[in-house]
Design a protein around this ligand. Structure first.
Ligand SMILES: NC(=O)c1ccc[n+]([C@@H]2O[C@H](COP(=O)([O-])OP(=O)(O)OC[C@H]3O[C@@H](n4cnc5c(N)ncnc54)[C@H](OP(=O)(O)O)[C@@H]3O)[C@@H](O)[C@H]2O)c1
Length: 265
């Protein structure tokens, strides 16, 4: 149910089934970088030190949250994630619209055709250590792995042929600008990032994220060292990054918030 939408938010046409479930249209501007997370009421998105498949646990595999994930994926040229998210959420998972919400597979495909997107968004994974399990289904199907010159040779040997391994940095970490240079060179303009919190923090610090879609799941998780929020490993001190609320939707006790992030490049 739509509760609020900013006056300047473009309406955006969706296939009828998607409009019905989303209670209105949605448009993601071409070339946007947008993020999607589900958080508990008390701000937790990652459990057990970031090793648990936390998204589904925190959302309780909520149908509307899965629909929104699928809808957001349907707009993307590429889905960008850190290796921690693949290690935690991987296994049989695919980062495609129809994997997360199969009931709207045809409508997602129709939306992608109307947007002139490839059949599926490309999964792009960043890793410095190169610890990825070759049996991950998403890597079997095919992804692009961005890594360091040190880790690339081992990864090329270990990972399935369908996945391309690209050495993009001689340093221990890949710079955010290096990640976006590759995405651009690959023709990927509209980028969804599903985090996780370590990667997302770096993207926000470089003002690379235009919008944040945040689901608030009606759960209290509690905090200690092994649970954390949407940004990890970075502290902006009192120079907070800000957001402008663009839209609020509700389904049962879940809230679906959309923010424009300030200072985005
Ligand atoms: N609730 C939600 O919506 C949601 C969404 C996403 C993830 N999560 C949860 O978040 C947890 C994982 O958190 P996380 O912060 O560890 O995830 P993450 O950001 O996906 O993964 C961190 C890892 O990504 C790689 N990485 C990140 N930045 C890099 C850079 N600049 N250069 C090279 N490699 C880089 C590194 O991999 P290597 O260690 O391989 O070098 C790093 O250890 C999991 O529990 C997952 O379920 C929750």
């Amino acid at each position: 149910m739509r509760l609020f939408e900013a006056d300047d938010l473009p309406a955006g046409d969706l296939p009828a089934q998607l409009t019905k479930i989303y209670d209105g249209g949605l448009r993601i501007p071409d070339g946007a970088v947008y993020a999607n997370f589900v958080s508990s009421i008390d701000g937790v998105v990652a459990l057990e030190g970031g090793t648990a498949a936390s998204g589904g646990i925190i959302s309780g595999r909520n149908e509307m949250d899965r629909f929104v994930m699928g809808l957001l994926r349907a707009f993307a040229d590429a889905v960008l994630v850190g290796a921690g998210t693949v290690r935690a959420e991987g296994g049989k998972a695919l980062w495609t619209p129809e994997y997360i919400f199969p009931a709207a597979a045809e409508a997602f495909a129709a939306l992608r055709r109307s947007l002139k997107r490839q059949k599926a968004p490309r999964l792009v994974v960043v890793t410095a250590r190169g610890e990825l399990n070759p049996s991950e289904r998403a890597l079997q199907v095919g992804a692009l792995v961005l890594t360091t010159t040190a880790a690339a040779p081992h990864l090329r040997k270990a990972l399935p042929k369908a996945t391309e391994v690209r050495a993009v940095s001689e340093k221990e970490r890949i710079g955010v600008d290096e990640i976006f240079a590759v995405l651009k060179a690959e023709g990927h303009q509209t980028i969804l990032t599903e985090g996780g919190p370590h990667l997302f923090g770096q993207l926000v610090a470089r003002n690379r994220v235009d919008e944040l879609f945040l689901t608030v799941s009606p759960k209290l998780v509690g905090h200690h060292d092994r649970s954390f929020g949407i940004i990890r490993g970075l502290d902006f001190g009192r120079t907070f990054k800000g957001g402008r609320l663009l839209s609020v939707r509700r389904a049962d006790s879940y809230l679906f918030l959309r923010y424009a992030l300030e200072d985005a490049a």
